[in-house]
Design a protein around this ligand. Structure first.
Ligand SMILES: *[C@@H]1O[C@H](CO)[C@@H](O)[C@H](O)[C@H]1NC(C)=O
Ligand SMILES: *[C@@H]1O[C@H](CO)[C@@H](O)[C@H](O)[C@H]1NC(C)=O
Ligand SMILES: *[C@@H]1O[C@H](CO)[C@@H](O)[C@H](O)[C@H]1NC(C)=O
Ligand SMILES: *[C@@H]1O[C@H](CO)[C@@H](O)[C@H](O)[C@H]1NC(C)=O
Ligand SMILES: *[C@@H]1O[C@H](CO)[C@@H](O)[C@H](O)[C@H]1NC(C)=O
Length: 283
């Protein structure tokens, strides 16, 4: 009896302490917390990438890459991350992207990655090692042990210099700087303002394309099957994108419904009226 009472008291004390910790640090930010098992996810993706996705990168050291990733944010103030924090990680994990293959995107996340999965002539940032290991996960530090906040992380609106935003900005900048030859960008014509100057593409990537290396930019403007078509190649935001690029001495072209990608959309929706052209051409 005494034993049982003791156990209950101890349990209650532990729970109460845990809850106090929780209210102290855990509900602090508005964004989602660090992805559970971040280390395993990160390392697993890294090894998968250098083993099966791009075996030519087999000499990359995933353990060391993870260690530099940890150094960048663990135990650090998640509102005070700098480019210096990530520089060692970017130096270790970056790799060249062949000319003509860089594919940028904005608001077409699902479609663009379905496309690069089947067409290996193109690579998005998420198809490079840096993008691959971090895609869809979140992370941030905490001053409490273990130095990682699994409960919440700052949103961009709470503080700009948070670990995720700084990471993606740097990786995007690097990806754009590395581009050469003809580059392409897949934009979403089914939303208002297909080109958004606040997006990563509109605020970081276009300004880091090197006009001495990049000869031209091809815009692929895609629509949802069944529409709507809110903006065409002559629309207001696309025109403003063309102007920005031309001022940087890059030549620009734009194509509505770029056919290879539309065929992929139609593969998931073959009976839709918008996809009839595909069957007509076979008849
Ligand atoms: C932010 O980080 C810099 C450099 O690491 C440091 O000098 C500065 O004191 C930090 N500021 C805050 C508010 O933590
Ligand atoms: C890139 O495309 C241009 C123009 O289409 C072509 O002349 C060049 O050889 C291509 N470069 C590579 C590395 O494929
Ligand atoms: C365009 O954006 C909307 C809203 O985010 C999304 O539902 C749709 O799938 C996107 N279309 C394409 C072609 O990516
Ligand atoms: C961004 O776009 C908005 C609206 O489309 C425009 O008012 C603003 O001037 C643009 N900002 C820059 C820096 O071009
Ligand atoms: C674009 O090219 C023109 C003529 O070669 C040059 O005068 C101008 O400085 C260039 N602009 C940029 C942004 O590189």
């Amino acid at each position: 009896m005494v034993l049982i009472v003791t156990i209950i008291i101890v349990l209650a004390a532990v729970l109460a302490y845990g809850r106090k910790e929780t209210s102290m640090q855990l509900l602090q930010w508005k964004g989602r917390g660090t992805t559970k098992n971040l280390q395993e996810v990160f390392l697993g993706r890294c090894y998968n990438y250098i083993t099966t996705v791009k075996p030519e990168l087999r000499d990359k050291d995933c353990q060391k890459i993870w260690a530099t990733m940890q150094n960048a944010f663990v135990y650090k103030n998640p509102c005070n991350i700098t480019t210096e924090d990530y520089q060692p990680l970017l130096d270790l994990a970056s790799h060249p992207v062949p000319c003509n293959k860089s594919l940028f995107w904005s608001k077409t996340n699902d479609l663009v990655h379905r496309y690069t999965k089947t067409n290996h002539n193109f690579l998005t940032l998420e198809d490079t090692l840096l993008g691959y290991v971090a895609d869809g996960v979140s992370w941030c530090g905490s001053r409490f042990s273990p130095g990682i906040n699994y409960e919440s992380c700052p949103k961009w609106s709470e503080c700009e210099n948070n670990p995720n935003t700084v990471y993606w900005k740097m990786a995007s900048k690097m990806f754009a700087e590395a581009a050469c030859g003809t580059v392409q960008v897949m934009l979403n014509g089914s939303i208002d303002g297909a080109f958004n100057n606040n997006s990563m593409f509109g605020s970081v990537e276009i300004f880091n394309l090197n006009p001495h290396k990049v000869s031209s930019v091809r815009i692929w403007l895609m629509y949802n099957i069944g529409g709507p078509q809110r903006e065409s190649c002559t629309g207001r935001s696309i025109t403003s994108l063309k102007t920005i690029l031309e001022e940087r001495n890059l030549s620009v072209s734009c194509e509505d419904n770029y056919r290879p990608v539309q065929l992929l959309q139609c593969a998931s929706d073959p009976d839709h009226a918008d996809c009839r052209l595909c069957t007509n051409s076979i008849q």
